[in-house]
Design a protein around this ligand. Sequence first.
Ligand SMILES: Cc1ncc(COP(=O)(O)O)c(C=O)c1O
Length: 390
Amino acid sequence: MKKKYLLAPGPTPVPPEALLSMAHPIIHHRTPQFSAIFEEVKKGLQKIFQTEQDVLVLASSGTGAMESAVSNIFNKGDKVLVVNGGKFGERWGKISEAYGLQVIWLDVEWGRAVKIEDVKKVLEQEGNVRGVLVQASETSTTVVHPVEELAKLTGRRDDCLLVVDGITGVGVFPIPMDEWGIDVLISGSQKAFMLPPGLSFIALSEKAWGFVEKSQLPRFYFDLKKERKSLGKNTTAYTPAVSLIIGLQDVLRLIESTGLDNIYKKNHRLARATQEAAKALGLRLLAPDSPSDAATGVWLPDGIDGGKFTKALKDDFGVTVAGGQEQLKGKIIRISHMGYIDTFDIIVAISAIEMALKRFGYDIGFGVGVGRAQEVLSEGYVPKSGDSGV
Ligand SMILES: Cc1ncc(COP(=O)(O)O)c(C=O)c1O
């Protein structure tokens, strides 16, 4: 028997309250019982998205909501600017190309945030760009992009939308959709929402709904107008992922009782503790200038095979972190701070990383990273008894 700790940036651990709710016998979705749950859930989602707009609930992973954004707001041949600074930025571009859009790839070095001046320059040079597609938090590089600043650029243009993949942003750090003027905001269940994969969420501004009226791209399952109509009747267009929505009711209550601000502060503290621990161990951060509070990326020392390192962490120490993708494969690890992850999960992760580093021949003193993390973690909140830990 080995106790397991899941610290990958999705799926994240599910709180016991939600697990128990989802284990109840399934109920039918066309019933007043389900509609009451759905009504509560849709209001809870609006609070987390910080929007007055409807937050649509789709039975899909996050990519489904990304695809629905593209297929519902644009037209064939539309020019879109894609912030291409990681795996998920690249996904925006690939989805857009699949629908015949003209993609302007704005390449950003992996580990860096996009520069506002670069976006501004492209928008001015190209003319008639219909959308800027970006990640709030690019999970593959653990970078935060400057969404608030981007929204100021797109907000001045009637013909251009800001489309934000907030899959590891919403519920992790503040992204007030209405206040900042974001046109499309997306998230998914298996990150800060602390649920198994299978639900995605998408909200559109009035300006974006105007684009929907003019969009002619083919779509069937991901028809956002149809979903919006159903949401008005406290249901979904097609069979919803009933059990996940029941779990969602629980996590939304948990988030409400903890307070979004406390959650943001917790995530920031855990991220800072992890960053400081890595530095104390002499490791370099993947995103030194604009790190995300969702996850921390750390370069492994030269000569350590990242694949073997993450396998040893998982198999021998019980700690699951993520490795790198594409060009970062085998070179980095990523440690999550989102959702149902708390102070002592981070202590466990840093401690296991120290032990694994030692095993892989990296000369460190035990406790150096843990001690630094403890200093940062002690600055703030310590869970009270009975607290669910978010
Ligand atoms: C920022 C970001 N965008 C998109 C995705 C893709 O979401 P999914 O795997 O749920 O389709 C992920 C998943 O890790 C992500 O972190």
